[in-house]
Design a protein around this ligand. Structure first.
Ligand code: IPM
Ligand code: MN
Length: 359
């Protein structure tokens, strides 16, 4: 199989973790005789530096033409500390999501007993946790009209949703629930927000088409608590853009390290795969960041290409590494391996170069 992949290394630790995902993909290509062609493109702080634009038009064109996008991370402290900066790295990612209409961000969350000790939660809460968050990604307050007056005394952000924007992601979430444990939880603030009441109405209307899926509604403040005190109750979580940003990070933390989790953003045009962690500038260039989130994002990309055997081989490699103590500093600050070593070990595993009695 030949696939053309746009690669956006991005900022901070983005390049070093993505390079390990590519190393693993190359091992898969060799093993299964596929051809993955990579086209590297700029986005974020690096793009602003070189071109003045967080999403150069060349990047957008390459992404549109590719079969998938593999993305690292975005963000730079130079911009974080300057609230008056008009051009910001994150605008690149937001524009890319909007231009490609990547309306659903899918984040699977599960826990691994080998890492229970790292979780902020007690082990008894972590068994059998396996859920997936569907976060709306191209609407809501992120994309509504923004205003700030010149004297910095007043600002506003408009939150707007249409029925069709809600329906298209809700269908994806219902279909996922149908294949899984048949439960969908809508997270909103319907006690306060009109947009949330629209979400509830639309989801309720659609639920008649998915009679075997049980639907529950939770207010976001309660949901944040429930994810901490009883995470195993969830199967598919559906939520809007801003609440989804918070909820998915809370959910990501319970597994032990945010560095482990992948995500897929899907929609109308080319799908994008990225680890859920940020650019972690303090670790950039040190070869200590966790590449697993990026490597598992590559596995999600292969599943999207319907290369399921290849994807599960990567997942086995990751489980093998974690199970045998081949972990980065975020997981074991004393006995840790470098980012590049983990990438190399998982590539070797994929190519059968490792016998499992290595320990
Ligand atoms: C995410 C990130 C982005 C978001 C930022 C970088 C714009 O936090 O993908 O969750 O807020 O959506
Ligand atoms: Mn976020």
């Amino acid at each position: 199989m030949v696939k053309n992949i746009a690669v956006i290394l991005g900022d901070g630790i983005g390049p070093e973790v993505t390079q390990q995902a590519i190393r693993v993909l190359n091992a898969i290509a060799e093993q299964f005789r596929h051809q993955f062609n990579y086209t590297y493109c700029l986005m974020g702080a690096g793009a602003i530096e070189k071109t003045g634009n967080p999403l150069p038009s060349e990047t957008l064109e390459i992404c549109k033409k590719s079969d998938a996008i593999l993305f690292g991370a975005i963000g730079h402290p130079r911009f974080d500390n300057d609230p008056t900066a008009d051009v910001r790295p994150e605008q690149g990612l937001l524009k890319l999501r909007q231009e490609l209409q990547l309306f659903a961000n899918i984040r699977p969350v599960s826990t691994d007993p080998a890492l229970f000790h790292l979780s902020p939660l007690k082990s008894k809460y972590l068994e059998d946790v396996d859920f997936v968050v569907y976060r709306e990604l191209t609407g809501g307050i992120y994309f509504g009209e923004k205003k700030i007056n010149e004297t910095y005394t007043e600002a506003s952000d408009l939150c707007i949703y249409t029925r069709s924007e809600i329906e298209r992601i809700a269908h994806l979430a219902f279909q996922s629930a149908k294949q899984r444990k048949k439960k969908l939880t809508l997270i909103d603030k319907a006690n306060v927000l009109a947009t949330s009441r629209l979400w509830r109405k639309v989801v309720k209307d659609l639920s008649h088409q998915y009679k075997d899926v049980k639907v529950e509604y939770l207010y976001a403040d309660n949901a944040a608590v429930q994810i901490i005190i009883n995470p195993k109750q969830f199967d598919v979580i559906l939520t809007e853009n801003l609440l989804g940003d918070f909820i998915s990070d809370v959910a990501a933390t319970i597994g032990g390290s945010i560095g482990l989790l992948p995500s897929a953003s899907v929609g109308v045009s080319t799908s994008l795969f990225e680890p859920i962690h940020g650019s972690y500038p303090q670790a950039a260039g040190k070869d200590i960041a966790n590449p697993i989130g990026s490597i598992l994002s590559a596995a999600m990309m292969l599943e999207y290409f319907q290369l399921t055997e290849e994807a599960s081989l990567i997942r086995s490699g990751v489980a093998w590494a974690l199970g045998n103590g081949f972990v980065t500093k975020d997981i074991d600050p004393v006995n840790y391996y470098f980012t590049s070593t983990i990438g190399e070990l998982i590539s070797d595993f994929v190519q059968n170069k490792i016998t499992t009695d290595v320990n």
